[in-house]
Design a protein around this ligand. Structure first.
Ligand code: ADP
Length: 505
C-alpha cells in the first residue's frame, strides 16, 4: 500500500481494539479507535475514513444501527464487520445492509490483514473510478464551455463566418454572414451554398481549397458593381484532420466597401494635389535652369551653387509627384497597360545603357546577361522599362563605390525571370519585408544621404502584379540584395539567338 489510508476500529472490547491496532501497526495506516457506535458516529462527522472495522454487538449504539446510519449518509463507505461465531447470521444480515466483508472472532493476524487488504483495494478502485469520473466530467464541461465560448465569439464577430463540410454543405454561419449576403429567412445550415451573386467568387475558392491538390488558403476581393457597389474581402482555408485529410472549409468575409471608398477619396485627393503642384514646380525648375544658364544675367559662383541645390530639391519633388501620380493612377484602376508581344532583351539593353553613366560615376560594373531561348512576354514596354529602371537605379544607389550590379534575363518554368543583383549595403530582415510598403525607406547612416521617395518599389510591385507576375527580394545586410521578377511568358514563343552578354565599365 503506497498511499496511507485512514481506519476506524469500532469495538467495545479494549483488548480487541488494541489487538487489531497492534496487528496493523506495520501497515501504512492512520488508525482511530471508538468504543461504541455513538463515539464512532461522532468521529465520522469530524473526518472521513477509508475503512471502518465494526463490531456488531456493542452498548449505546450497536453495529447494525451504526451501519444503517452510515449507509444512509455515506453510501460509499467501506465497512468490514467483526463478529463472533454466534452472530454469524447477523453478519450476513449486515452484508445485506451494505457491509463489504466480515471477519469472525477470534481471527488470526493474517486473516485480518487479508480482509483489510481486500477492502482497501476496493477503496482504491473506487477512488480511481471517482477520479476518472470527475476528470471526464471536467473535460466534458471544458469542451462544452469551449464550444459555447467559440460559438459566442463567432456569433458576435462583425466579419461573416461560413463553415462548410467537404461536400460544400453549410455547417455553420454567423448572423454577420447573413447580413453581408443580404440573406434573410431560411437558415443556410444543412444546405448547399446558396446561389448568391456575392458568393459566386467565394464558392470558387471554397471548391478549390476542398480539392486535395488545391491551395490550402485563398484570399480574394470580390465586388458587386451597381448603383450601390459592394466590395467583400474573403479569406478561405481548408480544415484538415489528423492525417491531413480535408474535412471542410472556413471562410471569413469582411465588407470593405467603406475602406474602398476612403481609399478612392485618398487617391483622388493625392492625384489632385500632385497635379496642382506639378505645373508651378515645373515652371520653377525651368526658371532656375534659365538663370543658371546665364540667360537672365551674370550668375556668381555662389549663386550657381545655391541654384544648383534648389534645382536638385525641385527635381526630387517632381520625382515624388510623378511617383504619386503613377501610384494613384494604378490604385484607382486608371492606368491601362498597353500590352504587346515583347522581347524584353533590347529594352533591358536600352535601360542598362541609359543607367550606365550613373553606375560609372560610382565606379561600379553594370552587367546584363541573358540566355538562349528567351521567351516572349505579353507586356507593356513602358511598364517594363519602369520596373527595370527602378530596380537597377536602386541597386546603383544602394551599392557603394566599386560594387557590381548584374541584370539577368532567363526563362523559368512558364515565366521570364528578371533578376537584379547587387553586392551593396543589403537589408536587415525587419526592413526586407517592409520595402514594398508605400513611403518606406530604411533609415541608417548608410542611407542618410541617398535621396528617394519610398514609392519606387510599391510602383514596381503594382506593375508586376498588373502583369500577373511576382516580385520577391532576398537580401543580407552588408552582402547585397537580389530582386527577382517573374512575368508570365507566352508558351512556345522563343527568341532563337539569345545568349548575349553586355558588359560595361
Ligand atoms: P526609394 O529608392 O525612393 O527610397 P523604393 O521604394 O525604391 O524607394 O525603395 C524603398 C527602400 O528599400 C529604399 O529606401 C531602400 O532602403 C530599400 N532598397 C531598395 N532597393 C535596395 C537595394 N538594392 N539594396 C538595399 N536597399 C534597397
Amino acid at each position: 500500500m503506497n498511499r496511507s489510508f485512514s481506519l476506524l476500529i469500532v469495538d467495545d472490547e479494549r483488548v480487541i481494539r488494541e489487538g487489531i491496532q497492534r496487528i496493523l501497526s506495520r501497515e501504512n495506516l492512520r488508525i482511530s479507535l471508538a468504543e461504541d457506535g455513538l463515539q464512532a458516529w461522532e468521529a465520522m462527522q469530524k473526518q472521513p475514513y477509508d475503512l471502518v472495522l465494526l463490531d456488531l454487538i456493542m452498548p449505546q449504539m450497536g453495529g447494525m444501527e451504526l451501519l444503517e446510519r452510515i449507509k444512509n449518509r455515506y453510501p460509499d463507505q467501506i465497512v468490514v464487520i467483526i463478529t463472533g461465531h454466534a452472530t454469524i447470521e447477523a453478519a450476513v444480515e449486515a452484508m445485506k445492509s451494505g457491509a463489504y466483508d466480515f471477519i469472525t472472532k477470534p481471527f488470526l493476524p493474517d486473516q485480518l490483514r487479508l480482509s483489510l487488504r481486500r477492502a482497501l483495494e476496493k477503496r482504491t478502485l473506487e477512488m480511481e473510478a471517482v477520479q476518472l469520473r470527475e476528470e471526464r466530467e471536467k473535460s466534458l464541461k471544458d469542451i462544452a464551455m469551449e464550444k459555447s465560448r467559440i460559438q459566442t465569439i463567432i456569433h458576435c464577430m462583425a466579419s461573416g463566418v461560413l463553415v462548410t463540410d467537404r461536400d460544400q454543405i453549410v455547417v455553420l454561419h454567423n448572423p454577420a454572414l447573413a447580413h453581408l449576403l443580404k440573406i434573410s429567412g431560411d437558415p443556410l445550415v444543412g444546405k448547399p451554398l446558396p446561389d448568391n451573386p456575392l458568393l459566386k467568387t467565394l464558392t470558387g475558392s471554397i471548391a478549390q481549397v476542398l480539392t486535395e491538390e488545391g491551395p490550402r488558403t485563398i484570399s480574394l476581393e470580390t465586388a458587386l458593381e451597381g448603383p450601390d457597389p459592394v466590395y467583400l474581402r474573403a479569406h478561405t482555408a481548408a480544415v484538415t484532420g489528423d492525417q491531413g485529410e480535408i474535412l471542410g472549409s472556413v471562410s471569413v468575409i469582411e465588407d470593405i466597401t467603406y475602406l474602398k471608398a476612403v481609399d478612392r477619396m485618398k487617391n483622388e485627393f493625392v492625384a489632385m494635389v500632385s497635379h496642382e503642384l506639378r505645373s508651378p514646380l515645373s515652371a520653377i525648375q525651368q526658371q532656375i535652369s534659365v538663370i543658371r544658364q546665364g540667360l537672365a544675367g551674370a550668375v556668381t559662383e555662389k549663386q550657381q551653387e545655391l541654384l544648383g541645390r534648389s534645382q536638385e530639391r525641385v527635381d526630387g519633388l517632381l520625382d515624388m509627384i510623378r511617383d504619386l501620380l503613377d501610384i494613384s493612377k494604378m490604385e484607382t484602376g486608371r492606368s491601362f497597360q498597353q500590352k504587346e508581344l515583347l522581347n524584353l532583351f533590347p529594352l533591358a539593353e536600352k535601360t542598362v545603357a541609359f543607367l550606365q553613366p550613373q553606375a560609372e560615376a560610382k565606379n561600379q560594373t553594370l552587367t546584363l546577361r541573358t540566355q538562349p531561348d528567351l521567351p516572349l512576354i505579353n507586356a507593356d514596354p513602358r511598364a517594363m522599362e519602369e520596373i527595370l529602371t527602378n530596380l537597377i537605379s536602386n541597386a546603383i544607389k544602394f551599392t557603394p563605390e566599386g560594387g557590381a550590379i548584374q541584370v539577368l534575363l532567363k526563362p523559368e518554368f512558364n515565366y521570364l525571370l528578371i533578376q537584379i543583383s547587387d553586392n551593396g549595403i543589403g537589408l536587415a530582415p525587419e526592413d526586407l519585408h517592409r520595402i514594398f510598403d508605400k513611403f518606406y525607406r530604411v533609415k541608417s547612416e548608410k542611407t542618410r544621404k541617398i535621396v528617394g521617395t519610398g514609392l519606387g518599389l510599391p510602383i514596381v510591385k503594382q506593375l508586376v502584379e498588373a502583369h500577373l507576375g511576382y516580385i520577391q527580394a532576398e537580401s543580407q545586410l552588408d552582402q547585397g540584395t537580389v530582386f527577382k521578377v517573374l512575368i508570365p511568358s507566352i508558351p512556345g514563343e522563343r527568341i532563337p539567338d539569345g545568349s548575349i552578354t553586355v558588359e560595361t565599365k
